[in-house]
Design a binder for this molecule. Structure first.
Ligand code: 3H9
Length: 686
């Protein structure tokens, strides 16, 4: 018998325990092991009912995602779970599945092969396959509608969100919720069963057939350009049209289309990438960390307010400091408005909002800052001001407090030089809106302590963010690369592409927003001011983009002034502006820039490959630990579509020799790493 499966007995009840930590994935050996244990219990005359349960922290969290890559590469036969489920359903003895933690994907599918399902109250069940670009592939789309009803099943398969035990009970997925010890409860439940209802034989309950088109339209919006949600809906629809075996065949066809398509590879890369970034050489479980129980934030502007919300959302009290009462009131009013919006949308109750607001102490002084475990500076982006603040907090903060800067471009080492404790100084770069965006770039200075890095990586998790450790350079990883991307977007406009053409091409390709609309949203004046600060760093003779600054010179800062690359009405609705066309043409004529027709392909190549080329330089300099770290930064902080895997993974999919040829054709200096990998026929990700 497989060592991943344990068998035991409690009097007349046979028990099968899956023991494949950490999440009991259905790795090779697990399905066969369950099947063998099932057969052994069926053959045992003393056993009259069988319980299947997960060991450790969870029931089965699904198929082993690592196997999918091997299947596509022809190195593994993959998961064939259907025979196991049929064996469970056809068992002459009742099979009861006991769920704790999560029963996800193949885990829920296995559970639906049992005659009954019981769960602890905190358990969750779901079909999250679409999140990795797949659909349920082991009859989930066929059994779930028969248990949960068509509408809920289609929603669960199309959007991948798990549901809680109570909802699953009400929907008919579960038969009982067990209070107290799950195994004891499941064994008693098993003893009481004489029937063996087969989920696959259940009749589909009446439903509104319009639901499929409604969900297709919804998925088109929420999962733009993604194939798996549409395939999942088609598979559930097949369950309502075909007998069970034919439905399973249809599901398998759709599953394979997704598995062999490009999106699942990219989404699986993103899934493992998000976990990989937490692994930092030199930092392990034994690295000491500091407790973060009390925080302080300096600056109540957009970023400071969002950062404050992150802390209090996690139950950590914050002292929020501003320099004027007016700015403080404005910052607090914005926080209040954001929370009130969430309450109005039903995301949480007024009581929760009140609790969170009560955790914030707005103040004009540094009073109480000596109690803070972490002080985060989020003021205007200017080195002199930041150094002044760090010198001040150095004199106030308790020994061991972490001094963090939210700078998006400036040197952490220079900021740290204003203190007597550079080992405690670190960058925590949040992304706007800071209470929403998942990325937290954690910037390591030359002297930053390992315990400070480990604490901030843990803090990212506490704040429900994805922390990615980066090195110190101008703009770190994300903004250093976006600088190249925005530069190309501007050049394209100067050379003849309309702003809506550039934005349209990238939006259609999958970016959450085009680069010029993004500039308008963030405020074109932000970059304009930074460029003024860094004017001395410009390389003589090197072409610099001019159009954004030209717009700023004319008071067009973006949405906030009602005009930028586009014009905006009072509801911030965007429309192209003929005045902008005139400004661009005038600028091009003045600067001697030749204007021409620009293709969609050129727009995509110049913007997206500028990211990969700069990313390769960043990688080579060691500013990012791995190429996947760069991808995760772009997926979680810059609206890069997850189904394209990130800028480095995307370059890999194009083939690095092709990427290099284009980079050279554009006249850019190719990153030496790109040249090397292209010559060796390798990829960034491998
Ligand atoms: C499927 O089932 C298809 C079927 O229809 C059948 C087709 C035939 N496989 O997230 P964590 C690893 S598709 C392999 O940090 P948490 C993970 O990489 C699958 N590995 O823990 C990490 O490794 P490491 C459908 C997996 O407590 C470690 O386990 N199922 C898998 O924050 C801990 O993970 C899903 O999509 C896996 N399935 O969250 C569920 N799952 O320590 C995907 C996890 O080396 N999983 N690992 O970095 C999850 O959503 C979360 O992991 C879970 C736990 C909620 C379970």
């Amino acid at each position: 018998m497989s060592e991943l499966i344990l068998t035991s007995k409690d009097a007349n009840v046979g028990i099968i325990t899956v023991d494949n930590p950490p999440v009991n994935a259905l790795s090779p050996g697990v399905p066969d092991g369950i099947a063998a244990a099932l057969a052994a219990h069926i053959a045992d005359p003393e056993v009259s009912a069988i319980v299947l349960i997960g060991g450790g922290r969870t029931f089965i969290a699904g198929a082993d995602i690592k196997e999918f890559g091997k299947v596509v590469a022809g190195q593994s036969k993959g998961h064939n779970l259907l025979p196991l489920m049929l064996a469970m359903e056809d068992s002459p003895k009742p099979v009861i599945v006991a769920i704790h933690g999560t029963a996800l994907g193949g885990g829920l599918e296995v559970a639906m092969g049992g005659h009954y399902r019981v769960a602890s109250a905190t358990a969750q069940v779901g079909q999250p396959e679409v999140k990795i670009g797949l659909i349920p592939g082991a009859a989930g789309t066929q059994r779930l509608p028969r248990l949960a009803g068509v509408e809920l099943a289609a929603q669960m398969c199309a959007f991948g969100e798990p549901i809680r035990a109570q909802q699953a009970l009400e929907a008919g997925i579960l038969d009982a919720i067990i209070d107290g010890d799950l195994l004891t409860g499941a064994v008693s439940f098993a003893r009481a069963q004489t029937e063996r209802p087969k989920p696959r034989e259940r009749a589909i309950r009446p439903f509104d057939p319009a639901i499929f088109d409604t969900l297709r339209a919804q998925a088109k919006k929420t999962h733009r350009n993604q194939t798996a949600p549409q395939a999942a809906i088609n598979a559930v629809e097949a369950a309502t049209q075909l007998p069970f075996p034919e439905g399973c065949t249809r599901e398998r066809e759709l599953f394979n289309e997704c598995l062999y398509g490009p999106q699942s590879k990219a989404l699986i890369h993103a899934f493992f990438g998000e976990r990989e970034v937490a692994k930092i050489p030199g930092i392990g479980k034994d690295t000491p960390t500091r407790a973060i129980k009390q925080a302080a934030v300096i600056g109540a502007g957009t970023m400071g307010g969002g950062i404050t919300m992150n802390f209090v959302n996690a139950g950590i009290p914050v002292r929020l400091r501003e320099t004027t009462q007016e700015a403080l009131d404005k910052g607090m009013a914005t926080i209040k408005k954001n929370y009130a919006n969430s309450v109005a949308k039903g995301r949480f109750s007024q009581a929760v909002m009140d609790q969170r607001m009560a955790l914030i102490t707005p103040q004009l002084t540094y009073d109480g800052f000596e109690e803070a475990d972490i002080i985060t500076e989020a003021v205007f982006e200017g080195m002199a001001l930041k150094k002044e603040i760090f010198a001040a907090i150095d004199g106030i903060a308790k020994p061991g407090a972490i001094l963090a800067s939210n700078t998006s471009t400036l040197s952490i080492d220079e900021i740290a030089s204003a203190t007597t404790r550079p080992q405690d100084v670190i960058g925590t770069h949040y992304f706007s809106p800071a209470n929403v965006m998942r990325l937290l770039e954690i910037v390591r200075g030359a002297a930053t302590g390992l315990d400070v890095i480990a604490t901030c990586m843990n803090l990212a998790k506490t704040l429900k963010k994805v922390g990615v450790l980066v090195g110190n350079c101008r703009g770190f990883v994300g903004n250093r690369m976006i600088h190249c991307y925005l530069r190309e977007a501007q050049f394209l406009v100067e050379e003849g592409a309309a702003p809506e053409q550039v934005d349209g091409a990238l939006y259609e390709w999958g970016m959450a927003m085009g680069p010029l609309s993004m500039g308008d949203l963030a405020g074109l004046d932000v970059g304009w001011r930074i460029r003024k600060e860094f004017k001395h760093l410009e390389v003589p003779g090197e072409r610099v983009p001019l159009i954004s600054d030209e717009l700023c010179e004319r008071g067009r800062y973006g949405q906030k002034t009602g005009a930028g690359y586009y014009k905006y009405d009072e509801n911030r609705k965007q429309t192209p502006d003929p005045e902008v066309t005139a400004i661009i043409e005038e600028l091009a004529a003045r600067e001697g820039i030749e204007r021409r027709e620009i293709s969609k392909e050129e727009i995509l190549d110049r913007t997206l490959l500028s990211l990969a080329n700069e990313g390769a330089k960043i990688l080579e300099e060691g500013i990012a630990l791995r190429s996947v770290d760069i991808d995760v930064i772009y997926l979680t902080g810059y609206g890069f579509p997850a189904y394209r895997g990130g800028p480095m993974f995307y370059a890999d999919t194009l083939g690095l020799a092709n990427v290099l040829a284009k980079v050279q054709a554009f006249g850019w200096e190719p990153a030496p790493l790109l040249v090397k990998l292209a010559a060796e026929g390798k990829t960034f990700s491998a």
